[in-house]
Design a protein around this ligand. Sequence first.
Ligand SMILES: [Zn+2]
Length: 238
Amino acid sequence: MDDLSIRGGQLIDGTGAPGREADVSVSAGRIVAIEPRSARPAHRVVDARGHVVAPGFIDIHTHSDFTLPINPRAESKIRQGVTLEVVGNCGFSVAPALPGRAAMLREYLASSAPWLPFSETTFADYVAAFPPTAVNVILQVGHNTLRLMTAEMESRALTAAELEMMNLTGDSTGLDMVTMPQAIREQVPTSNFFQRSGYERNPVAIRHNTVAKLLAVTDSRMDSNSNLPGAKEVAGAF
Ligand SMILES: [Zn+2]
């Protein structure tokens, strides 16, 4: 006996194949059968005739870190079929807030998220305290927030050391969206994976263009970068 059977819907399976009518059977949280007409018994049957049945959508660029804490149900996303949100984009994130800089971060993000409380926190503690939400969430560290933590609101070019401090926190900082001047790039020792010549032209991205391989390469570069002199001290702040 399956847990769930979704019957009669137009199945768009996410592979790029055309939609087709199919019944989807689910047991123990996994799809166990996809058939044109299912005769499998199920505890719960959903009549999906007239509806599309599809994998959850990934919303890769959102700012819902500003809203999910006050509305973890995220109805507006769920009703659109979104099941995973990637937040902390455009360089804005709610954490880390280093000692003495929480008020500055609150002021900086006030126009976007005046309702959010800001307090001193590492990024790891912020992630741990993020509430359970209806959607899955990938939380990125924002490079604007990192710059604020590094150089406050000073209007000046960052030094190579300051850029390096931001760079060491990883490839999900949004730095892939900016291009460093060549002169500074030569001084920054860590390899920002996306920075070298742009994501689309990066040879690793072209040659090994699967997510698993890209993640493996990124991870190994992050591992070796994190062992560079000074990296552990900086990483401790995040
Ligand atoms: Zn954005």
